[in-house]
Design a protein around this ligand. Structure first.
Ligand SMILES: Cc1cc2nc3c(=O)[nH]c(=O)nc-3n(C[C@H](O)[C@H](O)[C@H](O)COP(=O)(O)O)c2cc1C
Length: 209
C-alpha cells in the first residue's frame, strides 16, 4: 500500500514538505509506504489543450519532453495521492498547476486513472490565501472521483522560511489528523468490505446550441 505526494514547491525541504511529512508520519505509523515526487523545481510547461490524450487513449500527455508521463504512471499505480503546494498570490504555485492540469486531464480522458484512490491536499503559506489554494487543489481531487478524508481544520500550515511551519502547532495537528484519517480510509478500502461504487460513463453537455 503506497501513497505518493506531489511537492509543488520549488524548495525540496520547505514548508510544503513539512506539511507533507507530518501527514506521512502518521501514514508510516500505520505501515503505509510513502514517497514524494518533487515537481515544483522542474521545468513543466502547461497543458496546450491539444486533446491528444483524449484521442490516443494511451494514458499519456502528448508533451513528452519532461517527466510528466513518468509521474502520471507512478500516481496511477499508487493507492493514495497527496497534493501539496505553497501558496503563491493566494493560489497554488504555477509549476504545480501546469503539472496538475496535464496529469488530471490525462487521467480523466483515459477512463479515470485516479478514480477511487484516496486523495487529499495540503498547502503552506506565510499569512493569507491558504484556503483558496487548498480549495484549488481539492478541485483536482474531487474531479477525479477520489475519496477525500477530512481533518480537524482545513489543511493549511503557516510559515515563511523553510521549516517554520513546524511552529504552527494547530496546522501540524491538522496534518497529523489528516494522516490518520487517510490511513483509516486506505485500510478500510483495502479490506474490501464494501464493493466500490459503480462508475458511470461521463456525460458531456454543451450549452452551445
Ligand atoms: C511568489 C510568491 C508568492 C507568495 N504568495 C503568498 C501569498 O499569497 N500568501 C501567503 O501567505 N504567502 C505567500 N508566499 C509565501 C509562501 O507561501 C510561504 O513562504 C510558504 O511557506 C512557502 O512554502 P515552501 O517553503 O514549501 O516553498 C509567497 C511566496 C512567493 C515566493
Amino acid at each position: 500500500m503506497k501513497v505518493i505526494a506531489i511537492n509543488g514547491s520549488p524548495k525540496e525541504k520547505g514548508n510544503t514538505f513539512t506539511a507533507i511529512d507530518a501527514v506521512f508520519g502518521e501514514l508510516r505509523n500505520e505501515g503505509i509506504e510513502c514517497e514524494i515526487i518533487h515537481v515544483g523545481d522542474k521545468a513543466v510547461r502547461g497543458c496546450i489543450g491539444c486533446g491528444q490524450c483524449r484521442k490516443n487513449r494511451d494514458g499519456k500527455c502528448a508533451l513528452k519532453d519532461d517527466g510528466v508521463n513518468g509521474w502520471i504512471e507512478r500516481m496511477r499505480v499508487a493507492d493514495g495521492l497527496l497534493l501539496g503546494s505553497p501558496v503563491y498570490f493566494s493560489a497554488i504555485a504555477g509549476t504545480m498547476k501546469c503539472f496538475l492540469d496535464r496529469a488530471f486531464y490525462v487521467a480523466g480522458s483515459n477512463g479515470g486513472l485516479f478514480r477511487h484512490k484516496v486523495g487529499a491536499s495540503v498547502v503552506a503559506d506565510r499569512r493569507a490565501g491558504g484556503v483558496a489554494a487548498f480549495d484549488q487543489l481539492n478541485h483536482y481531487v474531487t474531479y477525479a472521483e477520489m475519496f477525500m478524508p477530512g481533518s480537524c481544520y482545513w489543511n493549511v500550515a503557516f510559515g515563511g522560511a523553510a521549516g517554520e511551519a513546524l511552529q504552527d502547532e494547530e496546522g501540524m495537528q491538522a496534518m497529523r489528523v489528516l494522516g490518520r484519517n487517510m490511513a483509516w480510509l486506505l485500510r478500510t478500502k483495502e479490506s474490501g468490505s464494501l464493493a466500490l461504487p459503480e462508475a458511470e460513463k461521463k456525460a458531456y453537455f454543451s450549452y452551445i446550441r
